[in-house]
Design a protein around this ligand. Structure first.
Ligand SMILES: NC(=O)c1ccc[n+]([C@@H]2O[C@H](COP(=O)([O-])OP(=O)(O)OC[C@H]3O[C@@H](n4cnc5c(N)ncnc54)[C@H](O)[C@@H]3O)[C@@H](O)[C@H]2O)c1
Ligand SMILES: O=C(O)C[C@H](O)C(=O)O
Length: 338
């Protein structure tokens, strides 16, 4: 029998958690032949509802789910895991920016970084979903070092990537599968730069660039960018809760691609530690176009993409915000005596 993958979801009693655990458990992430042991962590006051989620998972009678644990103890939850979906954190409400969550959430990721170092496998791969996701991932990686290498840490910008795909497909009058290689640069925040300069669209049987397919440059350099940047806030305004179903789907897309690799010629957006590519300071957790090798399961930042002055200006803005967030988070971690 194939050895099971042990996958942890934190905040599993929350909104995203409820959509995410079923997708992992039924094979949408690791495949229909891969057994999964699902570990769910939440805060002690959520123990009862977490237990209810566990009961529902059992009642789904899923052949891929070979174990399910509902825990409220961080050390136990991080033990021997292969993948960590770090979702558990406070969500923003109407009128807030994601960075307003920094003070409340960064301590969670300091503590979980330490738990990863103490209890998880050194090969564990981590996606941070809890906001502000890039900076939380930076802090988590810092406290998990040196046991777990920085390259195993990522933050989720796949939801923004999927939002960009959907907007381009709608405007070009094609289905989602006909659009590829949009890029989200930078922070999962309203400064992110959704870029379609290198995107391709298959339209009327021919692959063309997105600018040709959409045929509306003003839209692509204006409204499109702002729709994607502010989509999270637009969902909160309508639902009064932040996006959950689409966030869970994006987290699954992110880890599935990391686990199985990207298609030849395809790139996806993932916030990973910068190696200095495109002038982004080393170590910042920055969303780049990446490709993942199916054999090594390692990501590589796509190199050599041409950036015009417009793109460079947008990338500078989001870089500056991430530097400020990083410095604020480091200060908060020093002050938090834990
Ligand atoms: N990166 C993205 O694209 C993206 C998308 C959507 C939401 N988010 C973020 O994801 C986070 C979760 O959103 P949600 O809607 O599921 O929120 P939610 O409030 O419904 O659920 C969060 C859960 O996390 C738990 N939790 C809090 N601290 C914890 C800890 N230290 N350990 C374990 N569990 C803990 C809470 O008890 C709660 O059950 C928020 O920060 C939200 O802003 C990110
Ligand atoms: O916008 C939010 O606060 C939630 C999430 O980050 C999103 O992009 O939907």
């Amino acid at each position: 029998m194939v050895a099971p993958i042990r996958a942890l979801v934190t905040g599993a009693a929350g909104q995203i958690g409820y959509s995410l655990v079923i997708e992992i458990a039924k094979g949408d992430v690791f495949g229909p032949e891969q057994p999964v042991e699902l570990v769910m962590l939440d805060l002690p006051f959520c123990a009862q509802s977490l237990d209810g989620v566990k009961m529902e998972l059992q009642d789904c009678a899923l052949p891929t789910l070979v174990g399910v644990e509902a825990l409220t103890d961080e050390a136990a939850a991080f033990k021997n895991i292969d993948y960590a979906f770090l979702v558990g954190a406070m969500p923003r409400r109407e009128g807030m920016e994601r960075k307003d969550l920094l003070a409340a959430n960064v301590k969670i990721f300091k503590s979980q970084g330490k738990s990863l170092a103490e209890h998880a496998k050194p090969t564990t791969k981590v996606i941070v979903v809890g906001n502000p996701a890039n900076t939380n991932a930076f802090i988590c990686a810092k406290y998990a070092a040196p046991k777990i290498p920085a390259e195993n840490f990522s933050a989720m910008t796949r939801l923004d990537h999927n939002r960009a795909l959907a907007q381009v497909a709608a405007k070009a009058g094609v289905t989602i599968g006909a659009v590829k290689n949009v890029i989200i640069w930078g922070n999962h925040s309203s400064t992110q730069f959704p870029d379609v300069r290198h995107a391709k669209v298959t339209k009327d049987g021919k692959e063309v660039d997105a600018y040709t397919a959409v045929n509306d440059n003003a839209f692509l350099q204006g409204e499109f960018i702002s729709i994607v940047q502010k989509r999270g806030a637009a969902i909160i305004e309508r639902r009064k809760f932040s996006s959950a179903m689409s966030a869970a789907k994006a987290a699954c897309d992110h880890i599935r691609d990391w686990h199985v690799g990207t298609q030849p010629g395809q790139f996806i957006s993932m916030a990973v530690p910068s190696d200095g590519s495109y002038g982004v300071p080393q170590g910042l957790i920055f969303s780049f176009p990446v490709q993942i090798c199916p054999d090594t399961k390692k990501w590589k930042i796509v190199q050599g993409l041409e950036l015009d002055e417009f793109a460079k200006g947008k990338i500078d803005v989001t870089t500056k915000e991430l530097i400020e967030e990083r410095d604020e988070a480091l200060k908060a971690c020093e002050e938090a005596n834990m």
